[in-house]
Ligand binder design. Structure first.
Ligand SMILES: CC(C)=CCC/C(C)=C/CC/C(C)=C/COP(=O)(O)OP(=O)(O)O
Length: 350
């Protein structure tokens, strides 16, 4: 039998109700088995290889992207059912604007239609309590697409158990730059009277001034010290009068001290600030690069996995071995840290 006939026969068999039922049972069983172990809380996907898949199957590029969307819907179900809380996907890189107008328009149209479909006929998202969030440069997206995207976000915002982060249009460098810009903006604003942290110096001055007025030990009070007004969390341009209300005029303004900026400060401005740390990042299509995705989120224990299959082919069967390996490594990390913990305890006891 010729190959197209074989493909057709295979498709027909796989789609027949008893075979489909059997496959679904096996899927449920495998997901149930995976749930017995630790589950990554945050998984990211670079959904690569849609056009190559289209080329291999002699279909339109746009059809390849459509099949890519179906693969996303399938794997979302697997992830949420397994217990993953946040899924982040690279749907459109800022670099993708360099593709032909035809393809960019098709991808934008797809985002518009599919996201609304996902949110409106929300069996999948509502079943798992998942909300849609869109991360990226909104100002690069046309108004009509933005409206649809915002509507999809709005329709699912009541869901708080899980999340689908759609990076669109996104690059990590842009995300990090935005986070730094926002941090600088925050640090350029004077602290308002109520937002000011308790300054050690200010408190000391206040106590001293009270003592000067009321304490019988006034004469023995130490003379005002030479401590500066600037403590370790704020910087000021003038000396504070402890009794005067803080004044936010330009010259009296107190600014947050840039020395207090840490990676946590920048991290709090990153798009995924409130999400669990990224446990697993998977890229399909045999390309071993991050392509400016999740550069900030990848930490010392993020597992990065490159798979050869093309994104439209990606399903539970490709995901499961990755997850099992992640669980195995997790166990290894836990064992290692408990050995270190025991060693540290023994050293302390000695
Ligand atoms: C709105 C939404 C969530 C859409 C999801 C649809 C989807 C899978 C989008 C990915 C688009 C994209 C640029 C994929 C990369 O494959 P490629 O086109 O670079 O393929 P290639 O590597 O074979 O050239």
């Amino acid at each position: 039998m010729s190959s197209p006939h074989l493909t057709q026969l295979r498709k027909w068999m796989l789609e027949s109700p008893p075979v489909e039922w059997g496959i679904n049972q096996v899927r449920e069983l495998l997901i149930g088995a995976m749930r017995q172990g630790p589950i990554p809380q945050h998984v990211a996907f670079v959904m690569d290889g849609n056009r190559r898949f289209a080329k291999n199957h002699k279909i339109e590029k746009v059809e390849g992207h459509n099949l890519g969307f179906e693969a996303l819907a399938r794997i979302l179900e697997v992830c949420y059912k397994s217990g993953v809380k946040v899924v982040t996907v690279y749907a459109f890189s800022i670099e993708n604007f360099n593709r032909t107008k035809y393809e960019v328009d098709a991808l934008m149209e797809m985002a518009k239609i599919k996201l609304l479909q996902l949110a409106q006929h929300g069996e999948l998202l509502d079943r798992y309590g998942a909300s849609i969030r869109v991360l990226g440069q909104r100002n690069l997206v046309k108004e009509d697409v933005l409206e649809a995207v915002d509507r999809a976000v709005d329709l699912t915002k009541h869901n708080t158990d899980c999340a689908l982060n759609i990076c669109f249009p996104y690059t990590s460098r842009d995300e990090i730059t935005t986070a730094i810009r926002n941090t600088v903006e925050d640090y350029s604003k004077p602290l308002s009277a109520h937002a000011r942290p308790f300054s050690q110096t200010r408190i000391t001055q206040k106590i001293r001034s009270r003592n000067l007025n009321t304490s019988p030990l006034r004469a023995s009070s130490p003379t005002p010290s030479s401590t500066s007004d600037v403590d370790d969390s704020i910087s000021s341009s003038t000396t504070l009068n402890p009794e005067s209300p803080p004044n936010d005029s330009r010259e009296n303004a107190i600014y947050p001290d840039p020395e207090t900026i840490t990676s946590d400060t920048i991290g709090a401005h990153i798009f995924t600030a409130n999400d669990p740390p990224l446990d697993l990042l998977i890229r399909t299509s045999g390309v071993n690069r991050l392509s400016d995705f999740m550069l900030w989120q990848c930490h010392e224990n993020t597992e990065i996995v490159f798979l050869d299959c093309l994104w439209p082919e990606f399903d539970l069967w490709q995901f499961m071995p990755v997850l099992v390996e992640w669980q195995w490594r997790q166990k290894h990390i836990e064992d290692k840290s408990s050995v270190i913990g025991v060693k540290a305890l023994k050293t302390k006891i000695r």
